[in-house]
Each structure stands twice: as structure tokens, then as C-alpha cells.
Design a protein around this ligand. Structure first.
Ligand code: SF4
Length: 237
């Protein structure tokens, strides 16, 4: 996905139509926010809040892929305690980075990616993380999900980070009908009020870990069930 733009919106990606989808999302977002109040924010959000560092957001997002949140948090802390700037991380060996971020999933591959990223930012960009989608997508191994998270959490810029939870829940609700996160991002950009763009990822991640879980969602306890078409849900509790 690196280097690719969000695809142009297709009408079929908003099966309710844009206005109805917006109306549903205006009801769903506050209800989900209330439902997850008190839950712990995802690790990358915590790191962003504590450090205000786009670079740390970028690196911890790489670590977070297919990795439990607590593991991401601890792995990121270990790495940043040893080296927290692009130059310092680039100076570490891949093996050292891998050892620091273990047991994150695919830790060897991620160590290679983190070193490559750090090198590129240090050598080609004067140590500064790009603050544009194009600039971020030009970095090695960075796709739209990571770029959007860096833009939103690292720079406070508008963007919608569509990960597996945002993609799944948006489709189950029936506000979008898409086959991949890039399509979901385009559809949400059209239908989701801008004021909810940045928060939607955190909200749906926490909602997706507790209520609208991947297998057998807890529909009977769901605060937005009355707005939900439960598209594709075959089994629920
Ligand atoms: S009703 Fe079920 S499928 Fe729909 S959002 Fe709630 S938990 Fe998810």
C-alpha cells in the first residue's frame, strides 16, 4: 500500500447514501464514546499523549501491528529507553532492535523496518518526520494506516486511521460496504463529520476489543444495536 492514494469514492461504498450514513454516525460515535469511557487508550495513543513525538508514534505504530497492546507499550518503552531519535535508532543493529522489541509479532521484520525508517528520516530528512501523507507514504514500509496515525496522533492533523477494527465495525454497522481499509477510509472521509475523524480510531479500537469483537460480537449488550445492520454477522452473543 505504501505510495498509494486513498481511492476515489464509489457510490456503492455508502449503501445508505451519504446523508443517512452521516446521520447514523452522528448517533453512533457519542454512544460508542460513552460505552468505552474509562477503558485504557491504545498504547500508541498513550505514547502520543505522553511524548508529543511523531517519530515515537511512527515507530510504536510499526511495533503495534499484530501485537497485543500491552506488548506494544512495553516494547516501545524498552526501545525508546535505549534510543529515541532516528539517528540513535539507526545506529543500533537490527538484532539489537529485535531484542528490544521482542516479543512483538514479527519482531525481526519490524526491527528491519524500524531501522530503515530511522535511517531514511535521519539521512534524507534531517531527522524530521514528514507531516504530509505523501511524505509519510514515501518512507520505506509505511502504508496509509500508519501514515494516518502519525498525522492524527503525531501532528494533530485531520485524518482517519482505518485499521482492522474501524474497517470491520463500519461495515457491520452498514454505513459502509467496502472490501478493504482504503475503501473504508474514502467512504468515511465522505460521511463522517470531521470533528470525529481523529477520535474514530481510538473509539472503534476499544469498542472492537470489548463489544464488537471480531468473532461473535456482543450484540445483546451493544449500545448502538438499534442503528446497526449487523452486516456479515453470522454469530453473536
Ligand atoms: S450490534 Fe453487534 S455487530 Fe452491530 S455494532 Fe453492536 S456489537 Fe457490533
Amino acid at each position: 500500500m505504501a505510495g498509494s492514494a486513498a481511492p476515489d469514492l464509489k457510490d456503492e461504498w455508502l449503501p445508505l447514501g451519504r446523508r443517512r450514513a452521516t446521520a447514523v454516525l452522528r448517533r453512533v460515535v457519542p454512544a460508542v464514546r460513552a460505552a468505552v469511557a474509562g477503558a485504557r487508550n491504545p498504547s500508541v495513543t498513550e505514547i502520543a499523549g505522553r511524548t508529543r513525538s511523531p517519530f515515537r508514534v511512527l515507530v510504536s505504530t510499526v511495533i503495534s501491528a499484530r501485537t497485543k497492546d500491552e506488548v506494544t507499550g512495553r516494547a516501545s518503552e524498552r526501545l525508546f529507553a535505549r534510543a529515541s531519535t532516528p539517528r540513535k535508532i539507526a545506529a543500533l543493529s537490527e538484532r539489537a532492535i529485535a531484542e528490544l522489541i521482542y516479543p512483538a509479532g514479527f519482531y525481526r521484520t519490524k526491527a528491519r523496518a524500524i531501522r530503515a525508517l530511522s535511517r531514511a528520516i535521519d539521512a534524507e530528512l534531517g531527522g524530521r518526520v514528514p507531516d504530509t501523507m505523501e511524505g509519510l507514504l514515501a518512507l520505506p514500509g509505511v502504508g496509509r494506516k500508519t501514515a494516518n496515525l502519525v498525522l492524527t496522533l503525531g501532528f494533530g492533523a485531520p485524518g482517519i486511521c482505518v485499521d482492522t477494527h474501524v474497517h470491520r465495525i463500519s461495515n457491520r454497522l452498514g454505513v459502509v460496504r467496502t472490501t478493504n481499509p482504503a475503501g473504508t477510509e474514502s467512504a468515511l472521509r465522505a460521511a463522517l463529520p470531521r470533528g470525529h475523524w481523529i477520535e474514530i480510531n481510538d473509539l472503534f479500537v476499544m469498542f472492537g476489543q470489548t463489544i464488537c469483537v471480531p468473532v461473535s460480537p456482543r450484540c445483546s449488550a451493544c449500545p448502538v444495536s438499534r442503528f446497526c445492520r449487523r452486516a456479515g454477522v453470522k454469530r453473536s452473543r
